[in-house]
Design a protein around this ligand. Structure first.
Ligand code: NAP
Length: 315
């Protein structure tokens, strides 16, 4: 067996992956955690986390994830700050590649999370990072006293819009239907915010901008009313896309069973996938709840499932 062999490899380092690492570490499995593209996961790009139990007055997302990591390391979990580029679950031991580096394992826990969805129009790509963003907490600061738009009608859009009013002079929410998908409490919060304005039944047709002295700049958005086909222009300096997320499962295609939206399918109440010895937890297998606490809970389950599986190997 190569020296890069371990009992458990965990791919992904959000609340699910690092909780799996804490539990696997305490079970003396010496887990290896591939921290991936965004060490600490989605919470590292949020500010206040107010709904994680145990933190009465809230905690900053990056701070919370650093505590997770330190707790996992205390129990001999090892972080590798590399991106997994390929896996082979069709032979044993399982193979995990980071470019040319090969790691093998008796069991694998997948906790690669999910990433923000985009609209897919060329102007969005053109102005991404120059007025277009998918992360209010990362980029809101750049829009002090500016007018901005938030696209989407779910809880993320409400949360982003509310957060952005800390900086922006006005936030216009653009939603493609006349009914929001978001929960009532989040809708009420946005409706009661005097800086938030709502445009319904409208889609973003184009992001308008200019090249000023070689620097790209958003100047507005062209909207289409889907009931009347009427086109209008809204002058904004920033556009935040908040239309949901997609699971990070590209490298698992043809290796493991996914649902039609790309989420990893797990068996019943367990974290077991269709490959015995490979488990999935957190947002990568959860299109429904997607909360840090539910991800952490499923990370615990994955570590226990992996431990039980490993016991069957050595009987
Ligand atoms: P979501 O619930 O899937 O909502 C996505 C929104 O974007 C929907 O309103 C959808 O419109 C719209 N949309 C999707 N594709 C679009 C497109 N191409 N063009 C225009 N609009 C588009 O996603 P989410 O808001 O990210 O929430 C995901 C999950 O996380 C939910 O379960 C949510 O409750 C949870 N969450 C909770 C909190 C919290 O409690 N603090 C915060 C954030 C998220 P339609 O409605 O027409 O489909």
């Amino acid at each position: 067996m190569s020296e890069n062999h371990s009992k458990v490899i965990i791919i992904g380092s959000g609340p699910a992956g690092l909780t799996a690492a804490i539990y696997a570490g305490r079970a003396n499995l010496f887990p290896i955690v591939f921290e991936g593209l965004q060490p600490g996961g989605q919470l590292t790009i949020t500010t206040d986390v107010e709904n994680f139990p145990g933190f009465e007055n809230g905690i900053l997302g990056p701070e919370l994830m650093e505590i997770f990591r330190k707790q996992a390391h205390r129990f001999n979990a090892k972080s590798i700050f590399q991106i997994v580029t390929k896996v082979d679950f069709l032979s044993r031991p399982f193979k995990v590649f980071c470019d040319d580096d090969l790691y093998t394992a008796d069991s694998v826990i997948i906790s690669t999370g999910a990433t923000a969805k985009l609209l897919g129009i060329p102007s969005e790509e053109k102005f991404m990072g120059y007025g277009v963003s998918a992360c209010a907490t990362c980029d809101g600061f750049f829009f002090k006293n500016k007018e901005i738009a938030v696209i989407g009608g779910g809880d993320s859009a409400m949360e982003e819009a509310n957060y952005l009013t800390r900086f922006a002079s006005k936030v216009t929410m653009i939603h493609r239907r006349d009914n929001f998908r978001a929960s009532k409490i989040m809708i009420d919060k946005a409706k009661n915010n005097p800086k938030i304005n709502v445009v319904l039944n409208s889609t973003l047709d184009e992001i308008l901008g200019e090249d000023k002295d070689g620097k790209k700049l958003v100047t507005g958005i062209r909207l289409k009313n889907i009931l009347t086909n009427e086109i209008s222009v809204l002058n904004v300096s920033g556009v935040f896309i908040a239309i949901g997320h997609k699971p990070n499962t590209e490298i698992f295609q043809n290796q493991i069973e996914l649902d039609t939206n790309g989420y990893i399918l797990t068996n019943g109440k367990s974290t077991a996938t269709n490959i015995s010895g490979v488990f999935a937890c957190g947002d990568v297998s959860d299109p429904t709840y997607r909360q840090a606490i539910s991800a952490a809970g499923s990370g615990c389950m994955a570590a226990i499932d992996a431990e039980k599986y490993l016991e069957t190997l050595h009987k």
